[in-house]
Design a protein. Structure first.
Length: 166
């Protein structure tokens, strides 16, 4: 009886682990060189409450909890197509021209998402903006779709940022 319970327990645990395969960690990294000083570019991207100022897919941004540009602030993005994304500010360093945030919920095909945006000086009149993140695909999606979507989001924002900053 003792061995039967042990064997049954082992079989249940093994079966569960086979079906509970965890999604692997994925990432996306995009960057752009902009012919404008880092301070000017940072002044555009630094406002956590206005992603729409530089990302064409965002119709509006609203701080729904906390204080803008303070760790813990939560923003609600409304996209041009009506979809929404709720994000939380995890780190904000004005001197370092960088911030880090996570997605709490939304229409994108990702989960466990954490990302950062950094503006670096490249001489006096140029800057490099890096947008990178790590995530897993959301249930009902796959790795390729998740990576392609996030790469497109980053590219669309960075291309527009370059256009409006130069």
């Amino acid at each position: 009886m003792k061995y039967s319970l042990l064997l049954a327990s082992l079989l249940v645990t093994t079966s569960f682990n086979v079906f509970a395969e965890e999604a692997k960690a994925l990432s996306a990294h995009e960057e752009v060189t902009i012919n404008a000083p880092a301070a000017k570019v940072w002044s555009t991207v630094s406002n956590f409450n206005d992603l729409g100022a530089w990302h064409p897919a965002v119709k509006s941004t609203e701080i729904v909890s906390g204080v803008n540009n303070k760790v813990g602030a939560v923003r609600l993005l409304t996209l041009q197509d009506g979809g929404t994304i709720k994000e939380k500010l995890l780190a904000y360093k004005a001197k370092g021209k960088t911030f880090k945030y996570s997605i709490l919920e939304g229409v994108l095909p990702v989960s466990d998402y954490v990302s950062s945006v950094t503006v670096k000086a490249d001489g006096k009149e140029k800057s490099v903006v890096v947008w990178e993140g790590s995530f897993k695909h959301k249930d009902g999606s796959d790795d390729a779709t998740a990576v392609k979507t996030m790469t497109s989001v980053y590219r669309g924002g960075l291309d527009n940022l370059k256009k409006i900053s130069e």
